[in-house]
Design a protein around this ligand. Structure first.
Ligand SMILES: Cc1cc2nc3c(=O)[nH]c(=O)nc-3n(C[C@H](O)[C@H](O)[C@H](O)COP(=O)(O)OP(=O)(O)OC[C@H]3O[C@@H](n4cnc5c(N)ncnc54)[C@H](O)[C@@H]3O)c2cc1C
Length: 484
C-alpha cells in the first residue's frame, strides 16, 4: 500500500494551513444546542494525517480491490482514491485531500446502495465502514459510528433489551439506511429510523467537523435527505426503545396464480392491512406466480391480526402461524443474503390504497407473473410514521402514504442482466404512465425521471439550501445527488 504520497501530504499540510476552533450556536429561546462547528485555528499538523485516522489507497495498492466490493455486483467501480477512515478527523483530512486534488467524493458505509451510489469510477471514496464504535448514554440513547451494519447494531442493543426501529437485512449500513429514512418491523409503532436520530457528527464539503443536534436544520436534512449529498456523517446518536418480549410471524402462501386471483388477494390484503394495529407489519410479496403474505406482530394485541390472517388463509393455498419467538432469534430469520449478488431493486411507488394502482394492476401483475425472477412487493407504512412531530423534524416527504412498494430482480450471470433490466423498466414504465411519482430515497432507480422531486418532494428547496451551505463546491456527487 503506497498510502499517502509524502509530497501530496506536504502540499496538503501547507494548504490546510490552520487547525480547528470550536464555537457553538445556542438557541436562546429553547436553550437547545443545535450546531457546533470545528474550524481551523492552529497549524495543520502531521499528526492529523496519521494512518490511525485515515489510510489512502490507489489502484495498485494491496487492499484496494477488497475495498471496491459492494453488495450489488452489478457495480464494479474503480475509484482513483479510496480513503479508509478510522476517525472523524480522518474523514476531515480525506475531504481536505479531495479539495486539494479537486476530486469528487462519494461516501460508503454498508455498501448496500441499490444503484452503486457509494462508489465511483473516478474521484475519492470516503469509506467509513471501519468506524464501528457504539457507546451507551445514561438515558438509554446510543451513539453509533457510521460503519456499523444492522446486525452489529442489533447484537449490541437486543441483549440490553433495547431496539431501534430499522430494517432487518444483516449487512445493510445503519448510516445509509437512516440518512434516507429507514423503516422496518417496528416503524409503525416507533417511526422511521431517522425519527430516532437525536444528534450527528458530520464532516462538510470543506472538511469542517460539525456537531448537529436539537433544532438544527442540518440534522433535519439528514433525516431523509442525507445520503451522499452534502457531507459525511460519522456518528449518530439514537433514542432507543424497550424491546418486545417476543416476535411472531404469520404467512399465507398461494401458488400458480393467475392475474385475476393475484388481484383479488391483493385487494383483500389492502382492505385488511388498513385495520392492523401499529405493532403489526405486513408485506405482499409476489415472486413470479408464487405469493407470500407476511404478517408480523410483537404484542398480544391481535385484534385485526387474527381476522386478517383468517380471511387471507381462506383464499390462500397454505397458511402458517409461527410461534412467539424471542426477538433476537426471530430477527435472524430475516437477515437475508450476506454476500454480494447481482440484482436490480427499486421503489415502485408509494400508495394510499388499492385504488392508487388498480388501473395499472392487470398489466403489472401479468408482467410479474410471466417474468421469471421478478418480484413485486408492497409493505405497510402508516401508524406513527405519519406523525406530525416527525414531519416537522425531518425531510421525509412521504409520511401520509400508507404503503411502500418495490420491484426486485436477482440473477446469477452477467449475461442475464440486459433482459432482466429491460423487463424491470417495462414494469416501472407502467407505474409511471399510471401517475405513480413518489419514491423512497433508499430504494433509488437511476431511471427515475425528476428523481429529486420523487425522493424529496416539498423539501427539495430546503435541501438545496443545505447543499449550498455545506458543500458550495459540489464536492459530494453521485448520479442522483442533490444538485446546487
Ligand atoms: C438487501 C437489502 C435490504 C434492505 N432492507 C431495507 C429495509 O428493511 N428498510 C429500509 O429502509 N431500507 C432497506 N434497504 C435499503 C437501504 O436502506 C439502502 O440501500 C441504504 O442506503 C444502504 O445503506 P448502506 O450504508 O448499506 O449503503 P452505502 O452503499 O454505503 O450508502 C448508500 C447511500 O448512502 C450514502 N451514505 C452512506 N453512508 C453515508 C454517511 N456516513 N454519510 C453520508 N452519506 C452516506 C452513500 O453515499 C449512498 O448514496 C435494503 C437494501 C438492501 C440491499
Amino acid at each position: 500500500m503506497s498510502a499517502y504520497n509524502r509530497r501530496d501530504f506536504t502540499k496538503l499540510i501547507m494548504l490546510g494551513g490552520i487547525g480547528y476552533t470550536l464555537f457553538s450556536c445556542v438557541d436562546d429561546d429553547k436553550k437547545q444546542k443545535s450546531t457546533v462547528v470545528e474550524e481551523k485555528e492552529e497549524a495543520f499538523t502531521v499528526s492529523q494525517l496519521l494512518p490511525e485516522n485515515v489510510k489512502l489507497y490507489q489502484k495498485a495498492d494491496e487492499g484496494y480491490q477488497e475495498l471496491t466490493v459492494r453488495f450489488n455486483k452489478r457495480f464494479q467501480q474503480s475509484p482513483t482514491y479510496i480513503a479508509q477512515c478510522f476517525t472523524t478527523q480522518g474523514v476531515a483530512d480525506a475531504i481536505k485531500f479531495a479539495q486539494y486534488k479537486n476530486l469528487n467524493v462519494v461516501v460508503k458505509s454498508g455498501g448496500h446502495s441499490f444503484e452503486g451510489f457509494s462508489s465511483t469510477n473516478n474521484g475519492l471514496v470516503v469509506d467509513v465502514s471501519a468506524m464501528k464504535k457504539m457507546e451507551w448514554n445514561p438515558d438509554h440513547s446510543v451513539t453509533i459510528e457510521a460503519g456499523c451494519v444492522l446486525k452489529e447494531m442489533y447484537d449490541e442493543l437486543l441483549p440490553k433489551q433495547r431496539i431501534l426501529p430499522a430494517g432487518s437485512c444483516a449487512t445493510v449500513g445503519v448510516a445509509g439506511l437512516t440518512l434516507g429514512g429507514g423503516y422496518g418491523f417496528f416503524s409503525r409503532k416507533y417511526g422511521l429510523t431517522c425519527d430516532s436520530l437525536q444528534a450527528i457528527t458530520i464532516v462538510d464539503g470543506n472538511g469542517n467537523i460539525r456537531h448537529e443536534s436539537g433544532n438544527s436544520a442540518i440534522l433535519k436534512a439528514c433525516k431523509g435527505g442525507g445520503n451522499g449529498n452534502f457531507g459525511v456523517v460519522t456518528k449518530m446518536k439514537f433514542r432507543t426503545y424497550q424491546a418486545p418480549n417476543f416476535f411472531q410471524a404469520f404467512r399465507c402462501k398461494s401458488y400458480k396464480l393467475t392475474t385475476d386471483r393475484a388481484k383479488k388477494i391483493l385487494e383483500e390484503w389492502f382492505y385488511h392491512t388498513q385495520k392492523l394495529p401499529i405493532s403489526a407489519f405486513s408485506a405482499f410479496v409476489l415472486n413470479g406466480t408464487t405469493l407470500t403474505i407476511l404478517i408480523t406482530n410483537y404484542t398480544d394485541d391481535v385484534k385485526n391480526v387474527m381476522p386478517m390472517y383468517d380471511a387471507l388463509k381462506k383464499i390462500s393455498d397454505k397458511a402458517t402461524v409461527g410461534s412467539k419467538r424471542p426477538l433476537a432469534r426471530a430477527l435472524t430469520s430475516f437477515y437475508g443474503v450476506q454476500h454480494p449478488i447481482y440484482f436490480k431493486n427499486a421503489c415502485a411507488g408509494m400508495y394510499n390504497d388499492f385504488s392508487s394502482i388498480e388501473g395499472c394492476l392487470d398489466n403489472v401483475l401479468s408482467k410479474v407473473l410471466s417474468s421469471k425472477g421478478l418480484i413485486y412487493q408492497i409493505n405497510t407504512l402508516g401508524g406513527n410514521i405519519n406523525s406530525e412531530t416527525a414531519e416537522k423534524q425531518s425531510v421525509f416527504p412521504h409520511r401520509s402514504y400508507s404503503y411502500l412498494s418495490e420491484l426486485q430482480s436477482y440473477w446469477e450471470q452477467p449475461s442475464q442482466e440486459a433482459s432482466r433490466l429491460a423487463i424491470f423498466q417495462e414494469v416501472q414504465q407502467l407505474f409511471y404512465d399510471h401517475g405513480i411519482r413518489a419514491h423512497y430515497r433508499n430504494y433509488p432507480d437511476s431511471n427515475f425521471k425528476d428523481f429529486e422531486i420523487a425522493y424529496y418532494g416539498k423539501y427539495l428547496s430546503e435541501l438545496k439550501e443545505i447543499k449550498k451551505q455545506l458543500d458550495p463546491d459540489n464536492r459530494f456527487q453521485h448520479p442522483q445527488s442533490i444538485s446546487l
